[in-house]
Ligand binder design. Sequence first.
Ligand code: ATP
Length: 407
Amino acid sequence: MLIGIDDTDSPQGMCTTYLGAVLVRRLIREYMQVREARLVRLNPNVTFKTRGNAAVMLDVIGDPGTAFRIACDLVEELADQSCENTNPGLVVTEDKPGAAFYQKAVTDFCTLDEAVAVLEKSSARYRGWKNRRGLIGATAAVASELPDRTSEILVYRQEERFGTPRSVDRQSLYKAEAATFPHTWDTVDTENDVVVCVPHTPDPVLFGIRGESAHWVMASRQMIRSEPLALEQIWVTNQGTDAHLLDADIASLREGLSYRVRGTVADCPKTGTGGHVSFTIGDEAHQVRCMAYEPTKNFRQVIRELRPGDTILACGSFKKGSINLEKIHVIALNAITSVRPPLCTACNKRMTSDGRRKGWKCKKCGARADEPELQKIPRTLNTGWYEVPPTARRHLARPLCRGTPFG
Ligand code: ATP
């Protein structure tokens, strides 16, 4: 059977993955076999998400009725239902729904009615609490198929420590990153000297290590020293896979969806208030603004080097009329030239303009020239892929250390 759960947490605490990890242990205690624990991230632009729009799925061998009862009890016990925005959903099904619902939930917006229709078709056991919105994520989780998958080990705190400052040895995190990168990523951001894998929210997660496989995240995790922990769980995930990105042209962009869009840079990037950098790309008929926000730090330096005529592939979410950049592929650089008055070949002096469209004239010897001197300006930017730093990376964004998507 597949068990899906979502929307059990609130900004004040709890985390659906923690509930999932506790459920794994309760099911095992009832002699069930948990074959896979999966953490799926869904459309990062849904407004009612608490943090990272995560839902969980467990692939379990055992009695579905018993599993449903145990899971219902656990949601009642742990979900933070005091929060208006916490609307848990639980699904237990022996008949996996098609992946189309997951595809829509990770790239687009779904309704509760759509989720319920999918569940009815699969004859699933399901329960939603309060406005039942969590059924959307829970249904997407059991419907998920992950052609590309990564791992994350999440280490959870002891209950009495929830809400208190976390104690994780900083040096051990840097050592773990150095020893296992690029097979693990986003443990620390070395360039900006920031620890990325330890959250600051009051939820039960102590830290999480992301990587290519269970083997690599474990290798890294074993190097990390920290406060005593309660439990740890290795999740199979769609994180770091770009599962949210759709290929599209500028005319078809829709609010709240995430894209790969090809276009030609139309203007020089400008730095606005707050350090946000913006520029426009266009195709034959349409234009769209691209944004590199201040938290993307040095990535903005790359963006500032773009010039009109450069061809890029912009990746990111389309929100309020802009693509919020997660990474770009600089496909081709425009040759940029500067125009100078020509040199007089006799006097070796710069000529002066003789008026608009009248050419140039040497003040000394009176020689004339019709063409200016064109100088190719060397570009500091190279073609290739560029991404935001780990501190600014979204859960679903595929890091370039996993290999560039188009060579
Ligand atoms: P956590 O990371 O701790 O699980 P969260 O950030 O995942 O928290 P939730 O509390 O789960 O946030 O809230 C997200 C809500 O949005 C859930 O009710 C989920 O069912 C719903 N949801 C997820 N994806 C979509 C989607 N594509 N369309 C509509 N609703 C969605």
